[in-house]
Write a protein that binds this ligand. Structure first.
Ligand code: 3HC
Length: 311
């Protein structure tokens, strides 16, 4: 009966074991997973746009090849995550409709423009760096397919982060203009990167329950702090200044104190008022509509194959 199923589910969660697609699970657990995994997948797919903007203008064949590989990886991450979502009964078509209609979200970070080529490096270093801080714990998330997808994603994210850092290091060893371009890019992306981890725990309606279910293994503020502590020495080695005068080492705490991002801006961007929200959704909607004939042709071919197999 339901009480016994709930008790069995609670025992799996309590011993940090995995819940698998065919296991009984509370409807709210399923709904939370669909919400988070779908929005994670949407983020990967939308995230292809800001970087893709520089593929045709990369300064060398090597940089172009690296950027192409990274953007293709993001598409793959999106597909792993939509597949993980489908194990919960969600359909990719329905999820794409929810993305383009604004019924589901994607990461705020991708609503900022990529104005200079240095942004390609900064996104790799800061955005993929933040994504790694957020995604490594998700390898241990309680839902099996999600955690296993994260293991592959994290391996590719570390390549994304290193190529970004190496790109910036190369520019910092270049001309004054290149150094200024890197600093300007870091100034624009630092605060939006901190917002990627979500609102402060005190303003996060989902964190407590997601922690109780083992969906999240750390809170938003804990991961934001880990990201800041990891990034400060990297910025020093790069020779760039992080744009927060309140960022100082607190020996007492063994962590860096830092200024909170502008949460009003965050809410505005999440609500759709960021610099690029409309453009990102319009681009995604157009790609989905332009691709309708491919989906119809593939379905017609599959139906014909099935019919032939039955004859
Ligand atoms: N952008 C947009 N919406 C955000 C957000 C952000 N940065 N941070 C929080 N939100 C939304 C939440 O989705 C939630 O709204 P909802 O209930 O309608 O979904 C609301 O703000 C309150 O936030 P909570 O902290 O209560 O919500 P969560 O418990 O879901 O935590 C999260 C938010 C930390 C982003 C969590 O969902 C998460 O860890 N998601 C998986 C990882 C992910 O999506 N990372 C960003 C992707 S970037 C990326 O990976 C691409 C990289 O490869 C370049």
């Amino acid at each position: 009966d339901e009480a016994e199923l709930q008790a069995r589910f609670d025992a799996v969660i309590a011993r940090h074991d995995r819940v698998e697609p065919r296991d009984w699970m509370p409807e709210r657990y399923r709904a939370t997973l669909v919400r988070q995994i779908a929005q994670h997948a949407h983020s990967e797919i939308i995230g292809m746009q800001p970087e893709g903007n520089w593929i045709t203008r990369a300064p060398s064949l090597r940089r172009k090849a690296i950027l192409l590989a990274k953007v293709q990886d993001e598409a793959g991450h999106g597909l792993y995550l939509y597949s993980a979502c489908e194990t919960l009964g969600a359909s990719r078509t329905e999820l794409t409709e929810k993305l383009v209609s604004g019924a589901q979200k994607y990461s705020s970070i991708f609503n900022y423009p990529t104005l200079s080529y240095a942004d390609v490096g900064t996104i790799g270093w800061l955005v993929d760096g933040a994504a790694i801080c957020n995604q490594v714990p998700l390898c241990r998330t309680s839902y099996g397919p999600y955690g296993r997808a994260m293991i592959r994603v994290c391996k590719e994210e570390s390549f994304h982060q290193r190529q970004g850092y190496e790109l910036l290091m190369t520019m910092m060893r270049g001309t004054d203009e290149q150094r200024a371009m890197v600093q300007e890019s870091v100034d624009r992306f630092w605060w939006p990167a901190l917002m990627m981890f979500g609102p402060p725990d005190a303003d996060s309606p989902n964190t407590a329950q997601s922690m109780a279910w083992g969906i999240k293994r750390d809170t938003n503020d804990e991961l934001r702090q880990k990201f800041v502590d990891m990034t400060v020495p990297q910025a020093e080695r790069l020779g760039v200044t992080l744009p927060d005068p309140g960022l100082v080492w607190d020996a007492e705490r063994g962590h860096h104190d830092f200024t909170q991002p502008d949460w009003e801006e965050f809410l505005e961007v999440v609500k759709g008022g960021g610099p690029c929200n409309a453009e990102r959704i319009a681009h995604r909607r157009a790609a989905h509509e332009d691709g309708a004939w491919v989906r119809e042709a593939a379905s017609a071919f599959a139906r014909r194959q099935d019919a032939a197999a039955r004859e």
